[in-house]
Ligand binder design. Structure first.
Ligand code: HEM
Length: 573
């Protein structure tokens, strides 16, 4: 979705989900390190060209304002031109159209210069989640942000988000992804779940849903998830023993990232990629590198107009990254297609998981399967791993909560019994822990909705078709009115009959989104996180090192830790 800044908006809108910043011709192991991914250079923030462009935009904005003050008719002409470029349907105030509603022109909010000031002078460029909170304080729960050609309505009240979602129509759209569409047109590929709209999106989504969103179906993935969790435990044990004090695992997020990548690809592609091995296979490194490169460049490509493609290298690299990503995914899928073909030829029954289901359901073409699995992978890589990182971090800092969680796990699964899905239903506290983490750190801190079918009314404001909304989930889930003492980690808020149980609006914490367009991977993500967390707790007590700093989140596509998380893993008897 579009939002207050190009960087933020394009991140939030994609809802796709990893974020290596640095591009390197040869991929090396450092690409797997979350800290390396987080700290490497951001093309939007550091290139002199971008700085020049920004300063030119600010100047242009100021100049337009000055000219506008002197020459109102001229300003109106500029406004007409800009509005026609941004797709506004009418130049008249909607007051005259609707009579009773206010319009977006009546909304408060920052203009280009103010936004640039907030981002680059006040330092909110990688803290757009915090900017939501500040802007809500300044402007109220609904405001308008303009940034160059982007014009976004920010909504930061649970009831207002509910109003937008209720009017999203049958085929909701998060935002337009013209550059993804352009790439797919260029290569003659299918569009897929992120690019397709209307009934076509719905057709693909309906094909993907059954083995992803039904709890009973997702249970079938338990054995493979446990296999990957076992590998994670082995890896953590190895790293712990190798550390100088024999208890510390450094940069936990990067290990959990590998777990996330391995976990989701083993379900989707029915192939173990070896991300948690000591020596990661070359093809897997290629795959990970391409995912990170494509996502990092996706933001940059959108920022620059099409005519600059021959001047800057971004588009070419974006295309190369997609080619690479698609190529590896296609290779993995083709391998499975051939296996299935051989099995059928031998008269054997075909068994498998998600890929086998998609291939045998015949609901999608092979090209659509390539794209769909790639996009599911993008959705599943960094989301679960970041949530797990924050969870372990807070458990380490809150021994009482960790003890309560451990007691629950032991009471349901004594003697380190490996939990099954039935066991999970008896672990309400573990679910509350994850819910609370997703409230405090919604991985997708701001989501988007682009109105397509009809005009809508929100909070007595009338918005025409093609209005881009930014749903400020972070600001809402940190609102003291919904969650008293909102900055504190209190899983009890989510426990029925607990004195700390919060009375909150149903839309005040919706980390997976709501409605037909909500996260397709929710069930799989939950299963992965519950199995990983329960088994980690069975094996270790996690602690922070004495004097270790408190870690703040930052926004890089997703809400991620701003520093590496190092934790001590004390084996349990
Ligand atoms: C903690 C884990 C996760 C969180 C918090 C999360 C959150 C979200 C959110 C907020 C959205 C946007 C929903 C909307 O627009 O209303 C989304 C969409 C999506 N997610 Fe997730 N996600 C997670 C894990 C996963 C996993 C594991 C997968 C892959 C299996 C996945 C695949 C997707 C896809 C493909 C979409 C786009 C759906 C569509 O446009 O129809 N996500 N996710």
């Amino acid at each position: 979705m579009k939002c207050v800044c190009v960087a933020q908006c394009r991140r939030d809108m994609l809802i796709v989900l990893t974020h290596s910043r640095k591009t390197r011709p040869e991929f090396d192991r450092r690409h797997l390190s979350a800290s390396a991914r987080q700290s490497s250079s951001d093309p939007l923030r550091h290139t002199p060209v971008v700085n020049m462009l920004i300063s030119a935009l600010v100047k242009a904005d100021r100049l337009a304002a000055q000219i506008g003050r002197k020459y109102a008719p001229f300003q109106e002409m500029i406004a007409r031109t800009l509005k026609s470029q941004t797709g506004d349907v009418d130049l008249q105030s909607a007051n005259t159209i609707t009579g009773r509603y206010k319009t977006k022109d009546d909304l408060p909010g920052p203009n280009l210069a103010t936004t640039v000031y907030w981002l680059f002078v006040k330092g909110y460029a990688d803290k757009s989640h915090a900017m939501q909170v500040e802007h809500k304080r300044l402007y109220g729960p609904i405001w308008r942000s303009r940034f160059g050609p982007f014009d976004v309505i920010n909504v930061a009240g649970a009831d207002l988000i509910a109003q937008v979602i209720r009017q999203e129509g049958r085929y909701p759209v998060r935002t337009d992804l013209p550059h993804w569409r352009e790439y797919r047109d260029m290569r003659g590929q299918a569009y897929g779940i992120h690019v397709d709209t209307g009934p076509e999106w719905y057709r693909i989504r309906s094909a993907l849903n059954p083995k992803m969103l039904k709890l009973k179906e997702v249970t079938a993935y338990a054995p493979i998830i446990h296999e990957v969790v076992s590998d994670l435990l082995q890896r953590l044990e190895l790293l712990r023993l190798r550390s100088p004090d024999q208890i510390t695992v450094s940069d936990l997020a990067s290990e959990l990232y590998k777990f996330g990548f391995e976990g989701i690809s083993s379900i989707l592609f029915e192939t173990r990629l070896g991300c948690l091995q000591e020596e990661i296979p070359t093809d897997t490194l290629r795959f990970i590198s391409a995912v990170n490169e494509m996502l990092a460049l996706s933001e940059t490509v959108l920022f620059f107009p099409r005519w600059t493609r021959h001047i800057f290298p971004f588009w070419k690299r974006f295309v190369q990254a997609w080619d690479e990503l698609y190529d590896v995914a296609r290779h993995l899928i083709d391998k499975k297609v051939n296996e299935i073909r051989d099995q059928v030829a031998r008269g054997e029954e075909v068994e498998g998981m998600y890929l086998t289901y998609l291939l045998s359901s015949n609901k999608l073409s092979l090209g659509e399967v390539y794209i769909s699995l790639t996009e599911l992978l993008l959705g599943g890589v960094d989301t679960t791993s970041n949530t797990l990182s924050w969870t372990l971090y807070h458990l380490a800092r809150n021994p009482e909560i960790q003890k309560r969680l451990h007691n629950e796990i032991v009471s349901v699964c004594p003697n380190k019994k490996v939990p099954n899905t039935d066991d999970l239903t008896k672990m309400p506290y573990m679910k509350a822990v994850i819910k609370e983490i997703l409230r405090m750190y919604p991985v997708v801190p701001g989501n988007g909705r682009l109105t397509v079918d009809s005009d809508i009314v929100v909070d007595n404001y009338w918005f025409p078709k093609k209005t881009q909304f930014h749903l400020c989930h972070y600001a809402v889930s940190h609102d003291e009115n919904n969650f008293p003492d909102a900055e504190r980690f209190v899983p009890e808020r989510w426990i029925r009959d607990s004195p700390s149980r919060s009375q909150h609006h149903p839309y005040s914490s919706v980390p997976f989104g709501v409605g037909v367009r909500a996260c397709v991977g929710k069930r799989v993500a939950e299963l992965e996180m519950y199995f990983a967390l329960s088994r980690l707790m069975q094996q270790y007590e996690v602690r922070t090192k004495a004097g270790s700093p408190s870690i703040q989140p930052k926004t890089r596509t997703l809400l991620i830790p701003s520093q590496p998380i190092d934790l001590q893993f004390i084996p349990r008897a």
